[in-house]
Design a binder for this molecule. Structure first.
Ligand SMILES: [Zn+2]
Length: 346
């Protein structure tokens, strides 16, 4: 146990994949460079506190591996943890780092029984037998505890849940902003611009994702980030993620975003394709890229009497997946709303 304990926090990923645990309460916390401290809370859950915390100090939750095979952001977070530990990365916030679905990460799979990112909040109710359900419940508790003592100043609470997508996309990187009653946040868009994220998808209904939970229940300025393609551990070209990684590090270091960065284009959800039964048929290519546009009148799917026909002049499809279980979403449809959204940021 001693050797693996030594690898925390310098090899958070290796430590987590090996299911190592601190041998004693003494081994579960320690000091970093520049006076910060770390504490191991659970498998894949590590919290940092900066040397000084006051009423303005931001609290930042960074998560990856909610889908176990989305390795690049997991590697980036593990590297950030190591850099904070030795004082190579600045820490000016409270920071909770979470590697989500460890069983699936170890198996090189997206999930074991069910998609962890559809199990947050009330959605979990009927799925308590799922391998992923206890983890979703635990991650909610860690987020609630972390933010329960966070500053309530505007934009002092952040959550970025980092993913890579299964399929190609017309925009290689994009952000999914969960629905909350408040209008979209200018601070969030400034950060997304700083990270050179070219595209933002706005949800219009409450979701069942991790970032939807932290936005709705913890008051976090939160989004899901899709940062590129799925590759196995060790096969990622991390340079492709450099802009997002640099913006994450600026946020954690308390550095203001680049005010000159171009704002992303914005797309708002206007509908979804639902799979009702095994008779479901989708009329788009199985590997169609995310954000592919379709013209008014195009039949995208049918299932018995149910049909999805494009009703706007142009709609773009996101996350098409005919293989989901009946009752679940088989694709989202969005329309561009850049002008109106960027004019209404609060
Ligand atoms: Zn994902």
């Amino acid at each position: 146990m001693t050797s693996s304990a030594e690898s925390l926090p310098l090899d958070f990923l290796g430590y987590t994949l090996a299911l190592s645990r601190p041998a004693s309460a003494e081994d579960a916390h320690g000091r970093c460079g520049m006076g910060a401290t770390w504490q191991w809370l659970d498998d894949g859950v590590l919290q940092f506190e900066p040397e000084r915390v006051d009423a303005q100090t931001p609290s930042v939750l960074l998560s990856a591996g909610i889908h176990g095979d989305e390795t690049a952001p997991i590697e980036l977070l593990s590297q950030l943890v190591a850099d904070i530990a030795v004082g190579r990365a600045m820490l000016a916030c409270r920071l909770l780092v979470v590697l989500g679905n460890i069983g699936a990460m170890r198996a090189g799979r997206r999930y074991l029984d069910d998609d962890l990112n559809r199990l947050f909040g009330a959605a979990r109710g009927s799925m308590t037998g799922s391998a992923e359900a206890p983890r979703a419940a635990a991650l909610e508790v860690y987020a609630e505890r972390f933010f329960s003592i966070a500053s309530s100043e505007p934009h002092a609470r952040w959550h970025f849940d980092m993913h890579t997508a299964i399929r190609a996309s017309a925009f290689e990187q994009f952000a999914l902003v969960p629905y909350t009653v408040a209008p979209p946040s200018r601070a969030l868009f400034a950060w997304l611009a700083d990270a050179r994220i070219p595209c933002v998808l706005l949800h219009t209904e409450r979701g069942v994702t991790y970032s939807s939970f932290t936005a709705g229940h913890c008051g976090a300025t939160a989004c899901t980030l899709e940062l590129g393609k799925v590759e196995p551990f060790g096969h990622n070209d991390l340079a492709r993620f450099a802009n997002a990684d640099a913006a994450v590090r600026r946020l954690v270091a308390g550095t203001a975003p680049d005010a000159q960065a171009p704002m992303p284009r914005v797309f708002t959800v206007i509908g979804q394709i639902t799979k009702h039964s095994a008779a479901f048929e989708m009329h788009v290519a199985a590997d169609v890229p995310n954000f592919t546009p379709f013209a008014r009148g195009t039949l995208l799917a049918n299932d018995g009497d149910y049909r999805y026909v494009v009703g706007h002049a142009e709609e773009r499809i996101v996350f098409p997946n005919p293989d989901v279980k009946p009752g679940l979403r088989a694709g989202l449809l969005v329309v561009e709303t850049s002008g109106a959204t960027l004019a209404s940021l609060a």
